[in-house]
Design a protein around this ligand. Structure first.
Ligand SMILES: Cc1ncc(COP(=O)(O)O)c(C=O)c1O
Length: 447
């Protein structure tokens, strides 16, 4: 019988991050300069990112050492446990083995702190004083606020307006850790003012909040921008999740059949599943499943094309699965999954059919979350619940597989969403085909 919980000592926190770029069977399409359409060079990113992170973004090195100062702070909650969900297995009556890697035990409540600490560290090293960022669910904003607190940096957060109002206590958490929070779109930036003038009642989106945070950083000399997902260096930092999981599965005597994670920008899924890419290439039956909301189905219904990462067209063009940078998703409760695009690395591997994807509607997601909470006890974030719903669907096949899921965060600040589900007030949204076609008209022309 495999153990119910596999823990590791501090000494097993990985010494180096794993860079999947070194193992890609086909190289990534290069990011392009939004003005010239030419491949990006390091100097293009220097106004908004510190050099160490730009180097990591472009590095082909397979292993990148984790600085001692970052490993020291990882000790606050890492290594995280790998837990066998025996009570959920029993409730489902499945002969599958279900494990979850519990990233919710970080102080901010999710995997986001894995990269927030690293990004704050490198900015501090290079003399940056002030950090801007965006946040959807508030998990990333609170992680960045805490990381800035630890490394002595000022943190300014543009929080998507729908989440700003849905999740006031996430805001409180950011304030506790010294962050300043603005509802986005705001009147503090040109990008925000333009969107407010055109659509005063917009719920906001990650694409809009990114434009505001980038503009703020680009117009203040002491300030740099940080992003909580999508970029190569973010997936790099998140690889601690998958590296630990590999070691824990070995200790449990397990070989995984299926790895499942939710995808907003792609960082928890990428960090968790992609350290297994060499294994997937050697053993094609290993399945990597990315799960997204039906209301924002970039991987399942988007196109694989160059697009802007933000609504205000300030970011580089990257090749990804996109619903179009003008797309504003419905105000679903999984705020962290309301992003029009996907990490280029995840998109590239999905395009190569090395990753599967599926989309799930919010009531099915919350039904899965309740079943998990009522058996395993932990109350998941709505984003995480997408991975849970897909895990339950896989386990119901009753085919004796070993399913491992990334439990990316807790839902302790999402009670209004749970209340709405319990009251039968949650709406399911399918993203209409006509809207996709309309948004795709606005894709940039790339030669
Ligand atoms: C708990 C949680 N899981 C998942 C995500 C999705 O982000 P990513 O795809 O970058 O992991 C978020 C984003 O805010 C989140 O808060």
């Amino acid at each position: 019988m495999a153990p119910e919980i596999v823990t590791l000592p501090h000494s097993d926190i990985p010494q180096a991050w794993y860079n999947v770029l070194a193992d890609l069977p086909v190289p990534l399409a290069p990011p392009l300069h939004p003005g010239t359409g030419q491949p990006l060079v390091a100097a293009d990113l220097a106004p908004i990112f510190p050099l160490a992170l730009i180097e990591q973004e472009m590095s082909g090195e397979k292993w990148i050492p984790i600085p001692a100062e970052v490993r020291e702070q990882y000790k606050i909650w890492r290594p995280t446990p790998l837990v066998r969900a025996v009570r959920l297995e029993q409730a489902l009556g499945t002969n599958c083995r279900i494990y979850f890697k519990n990233e919710s035990i970080s102080p901010a409540g999710s995997h986001k702190l894995n990269t927030a600490l690293a990004q704050a560290y490198y900015n501090k090293q290079e003399g940056v004083k002030r950090i801007t960022t965006e946040t959807g669910a508030g998990q990333w904003g609170s992680s960045m606020a805490f990381a800035c607190q630890l490394f002595g940096l000022e943190c300014v957060i543009y929080m998507v307006k729908s989440s700003y109002h849905q999740k006031p206590y996430r805001r409180s958490l950011m304030h506790i850790w010294g962050g300043t929070v603005h509802a986005s779109p705001s009147d503090r930036t040109n990008a925000g003012r333009a969107i407010l003038a055109a659509t005063p009642d917009t719920p906001g989106s990650l694409g809009i909040a990114i434009s505001e945070a980038v503009e703020d950083a680009a117009t203040h000399a002491d300030t740099k921008y940080t992003l909580g997902s999508v970029l190569n260096h973010v997936i790099l930092h998140q690889s601690v999740i998958g590296l630990e999981t590999k070691q824990q599965l070995k200790l449990a005597g397990e070989t995984p059949d299926t790895l499942i994670g939710c995808v907003g920008g792609g960082s928890n899924f990428g960090g968790f599943a992609l350290p297994f890419l060499p294994e997937k290439l050697a053993r094609p039956e290993l399945r990597l499943i990315a799960v997204e909301p039906s209301a924002c189905p970039s991987l399942t219904k988007g196109v694989f094309a160059y697009d802007f990462g933000d609504t205000g067209k300030l970011t580089p063009l990257v090749k990804m699965f996109t619903l179009g940078h003008t797309f504003v998703p419905e105000g679903i409760h999984a705020g962290g999954l309301r992003y029009h695009g996907t990490a280029p690395i995840v998109a590239h591997l999905a395009n190569l059919k090395l990753i599967e994807s599926r989309a799930i509607t919010q009531n099915t997601v919350f039904a899965g979350a309740l079943q998990f909470a009522r058996t395993e006890g932990f109350v998941p974030a709505p984003e995480t619940a997408h991975a849970i719903a897909a895990t339950i669907a896989e386990a119901k096949k009753n085919d004796g597989k070993c399913i491992v899921m990334c439990y990316s965060g807790h839902g302790h600040f999402d009670m209004s969403a749970y209340d709405a589900h319990l009251a039968g007030d949650l709406e399911d949204y399918e993203h209409p085909e006509a809207k996709i076609a309309e948004a795709l008209h606005h894709l940039p022309k790339v030669n």
